[in-house]
Design a protein around this ligand. Structure first.
Ligand code: HEC
Ligand code: HEC
Length: 458
């Protein structure tokens, strides 16, 4: 398929079937991602577990945390001690009956936007440029080994992994996420069958700290595979619980944590994208829908109650966006082997990693709120996604008091002439490139405006 031209839902189905028949071998054509069976769960239980659950069993003793950190904002209206810590932490009771504070999914998977906290919106403000320093500060707690053995026991597993991992996950600029590298490192230090920790790495994981944006959770319900490169096949719950590798003791702990993740998956699948809050020009959006249908739907699908999402993996040769994320995973064969012979794949509800040389064409529901764009967050607005000539080489946004441009859809940004520290996105760095996805370039200015108006309605 050289050109993606789709006339409407009927043809989309033909396209979908054609891709299906081609299977997953052909590497220079869009490939259909086969669905895999998923566990069913209870979304309300899943939400409660996310906000109060002990998916890590090691953390910082609560009293010390409040002393060192102060109290946080209670944006999720939580109760008890959870009301005193920010949304990215849970207070849980450990095996010694000590209250500990653990970092949670919401560190990366929630974000404030115009004064409101959105659970499931990828956090594009987290700053990992100084992660090593944070690790060093935490390492001071090792002094408890002799002075306060019970506290030491509570935090030991966390310190052990953070001291190894944190210096290795520093990103070059703020606002991008090193989670892929984090997963690679945690895996490298654990026995695949017993999940037990080793201070020295047992294998070489992905070689680079590849920066990524964090995808919105409400998109997962449409996807047949997890992650930008579509490598997450089989049971999604197994991937959702991978954070547990930060501190897990053994497989019996992993199984107990895993048993909650059918509920977490059900919660994630229940999320809806927030609607665009300003008025939309309906006529312009209708024109935009027609442009979208003929230029974009072949990959991104159709929307509304009868919408069809084609679940396609687009090879690097077609998408041409920065290749480091997919190539770095493909090269990390020992990481892939680890996973595919590990507890994650050898127990009930198995997962399976199947990396490819390309990226999933994501659903665009709620895309208006998910700037910056592309898998590495290299493009600040949708306008610039659709017109590559406008993409800034060096750009920054106000990370403390960000403002949103509802017209161009994305962050208000400043263009710089040269790289300038960790607050300026530098698209010339390896992995940070803003190339590719040139499908909007051929549109006229009016067509592009119309498509943007339509995208606001998704
Ligand atoms: C350190 C930050 C971080 C933490 C903590 C984290 N995630 Fe993620 N998560 C990411 C990033 C980054 C990605 C995208 C990685 C990729 O696709 O290469 C991701 C991907 C996902 C996806 C896949 C979305 C998709 O559409 O493919 C889901 C679902 C998810 N995470 C759930 C969770 C859950 C549940 C937890 C907690 C148990 C969690 N994550 C903890 C950063 C994080
Ligand atoms: C050949 C398939 C294909 C076509 C055609 C296509 N896209 Fe994409 N699109 C992708 C893929 C794959 C990505 C993810 C690329 C990445 O992150 O590296 C993407 C990403 C995007 C994103 C960024 C999403 C995000 O959250 O970062 C937007 C917006 C988008 N496309 C809009 C469009 C529009 C509008 C059109 C039509 C003018 C279009 N696309 C045509 C495959 C396609």
């Amino acid at each position: 398929m050289k050109k993606v031209i789709v006339l409407g839902p009927a043809i989309l189905v033909v396209f979908f079937l054609a891709a299906f028949i081609k299977g997953e071998r052909d590497t220079d054509k869009p490939m259909f991602i086969q669905p895999s069976e998923q566990r069913m769960g209870d979304p309300i239980k899943g939400y409660n577990y996310l906000l109060t659950g002990d998916f890590l069993k090691s953390g910082i003793p609560y009293d010390f945390f409040i002393f060192a950190h102060g109290k946080g904002k209670n944006m999720l209206n939580r109760e008890g001690k959870n009301a005193n810590v920010d949304e990215g932490f849970n207070v849980v009771t450990n095996a010694d009956s000590i209250d500990i504070v653990i970092p949670t999914c919401l560190q990366c998977h929630s974000q404030e936007f115009d004064g409101k906290l959105y659970v499931g919106l990828g956090n594009s403000f987290a700053d990992f440029t100084n992660a090593g320093q944070t690790g060093k500060k935490l390492a001071l707690l090792n002094m408890w080994k002799t002075t306060a053995p019970q506290k030491y026991r509570a935090v030991h597993a966390l310190l052990q992994s953070i001291s190894v991992v944190n210096p290795e996950i520093e990103t070059d600029v703020a606002g991008v996420n090193p989670a892929d590298r984090l997963a690679g490192l945690l895996v490298a230090h654990r026995n695949p069958e017993t999940l037990e920790w080793n201070d020295t790495a047992l294998l070489t994981g992905p070689a680079n700290i590849v920066p990524t944006d964090v995808p919105a959770w409400w998109l997962l319900k449409k996807k047949n595979a997890m992650f930008y490169n579509g490598m997450g096949r089989g049971d999604f719950g197994k991937y959702l619980m991978m954070s547990n590798l930060l501190t897990v003791k053994d497989t019996s702990e992993a199984s107990e944590v895993d048993s909650h993740f059918s509920d977490v998956l059900a919660y994630i699948k229940s999320l809806q994208p927030p609607p665009y809050p300003l008025p939309v020009n309906k006529d312009l959006a209708a024109t935009g829908k027609a442009v979208f249908t003929s230029n974009c739907s072949g990959c991104h699908g159709t929307y509304g109650s009868d919408g069809v999402y084609p679940n396609l993996l687009i090879p690097g040769s077609i998408i041409k966006t920065d290749s480091m994320l997919y190539s770095s995973t493909l090269q990390a064969t020992s990481f892939i082997d680890w996973f595919n012979k590990s507890w994650f794949t050898q127990t009930a509800n198995p997962a399976r990693i199947a990396p490819s040389a390309g990226y999933v064409a994501p659903p665009l529901d709620g895309v208006w709120i998910t700037a910056p764009y592309l898998h590495n967050g290299s493009v600040p607005t949708i306008e610039a996604v659709l017109n590559s000539r406008l993409r800034p080489k060096y750009w920054s946004r106000d990370l403390d008091k960000p403002t949103y441009n509802y017209e161009l859809v994305g962050w208000t940004y400043t263009v710089h002439d040269a790289p300038n520290g960790t607050k300026v996105y530098n698209t010339t760095l390896p992995g940070y490139g803003n190339c590719g996805h040139y499908f909007g370039d051929k549109l006229s200015g009016d067509e592009r405006k119309a498509v943007i108006e339509y995208l606001k309605t998704l």
